[in-house]
Design a protein. Structure first.
Length: 271
């Protein structure tokens, strides 16, 4: 693994998030920044993808269950070559293919439209079961929010995944501890997440979600597990990479102003 390359990609994803959201004057920076490292590893090191053939039946699949973090996904897709990076500045504008949540009918590289929290893991389970039935060797990845784990449908999908032994499915929880209304432990605590997922029959790992090597090791281990799906609980920082956003719930769904973006880009090493 080229760790330095993946870290550089994650930093570039974060830069794009700031420029996109500032141009749109709308969006969700906090949770987009916290998943940038996971997104960079999956797109530039792990997943089998072909931007020239985005519907390749043998491709690996990604479900961004926390669809409001679409800016991180859009940045990775553009950097991978699915569409021009200049198009990122059209985020959330009328007629743009880059809406506030991913739309599989508009943009190549989107495996499922998401945004209604709780539904993404169900879709990922369906994709994984289809792969089993077809005896295909693709893998399915999903990224959930920690607040999303308060949704009942997540746990229905958890039971489904274990029952059908979906060992071709690896999910992440972006465990930054904050949701739109504050701390997850104050709103409706889903903790302890690791014990809950274990009790539902999943292979569970807890890692530093900003450590590329830890992400790589966890994914590699998940691929060796047979007979059960894997959940990687990634401890992250909401707003990671921007000093004035880190661990601030107020930046869940508020776009930065131009002067704030200039400060953030300087911290991230320029444009």
């Amino acid at each position: 693994m080229d760790q330095t390359m993946v870290e550089a990609k994650a930093k570039q994803i974060r830069r794009h998030i700031f420029t996109m959201l500032t141009a749109a004057a709308s969006g969700h920076p906090g949770g987009s920044l916290s998943v940038a490292d996971i997104m960079a590893y999956l797109f530039f090191e792990e997943m089998r993808l072909d931007p020239q053939n985005p519907k390749d039946p043998q491709r690996d699949r990604l479900v961004l269950a926390k669809g409001h973090a679409a800016p991180a996904l859009y940045a990775a897709l553009a950097m991978k070559g699915y569409f021009p990076e200049e198009e990122l500045l059209s985020l959330r504008k009328l007629g743009s293919r880059l809406q506030g949540h991913p739309d599989m009918k508009k943009l190549p590289g989107i495996d499922i439209s998401t945004g209604s929290l709780g539904q993404g893991l169900s879709a990922a389970c369906g994709m994984a079961l289809a792969g089993k039935i077809d005896k295909a060797d693709y893998r399915v990845f999903a990224i959930l929010g920690d607040g999303e784990n308060e949704e009942g449908q997540v746990w229905e999908a958890a039971m489904f995944g274990a029952h059908y032994q979906l060992d071709n499915l690896t999910a992440f929880v972006d465990h930054n501890g904050l949701q739109i209304d504050g701390k997850i432990t104050d709103v409706m605590s889903p903790e302890p997440l690791d014990e809950k997922w274990k009790s539902f029959g999943w292979n569970v790992q807890v890692i530093d979600g900003h450590d590329i090597r830890a992400i790589a090791k966890a994914v590699a281990l998940a691929k060796t597990v047979k007979g059960k799906p894997s959940m990687i609980i990634a401890n992250t920082v909401k707003g990671r990479g921007c000093s004035f956003m880190e661990n601030q719930a107020g930046w869940h769904g508020k776009a930065p102003k131009e002067e704030e973006t200039a400060k953030a880009l300087a911290e991230l090493g320029g444009c």
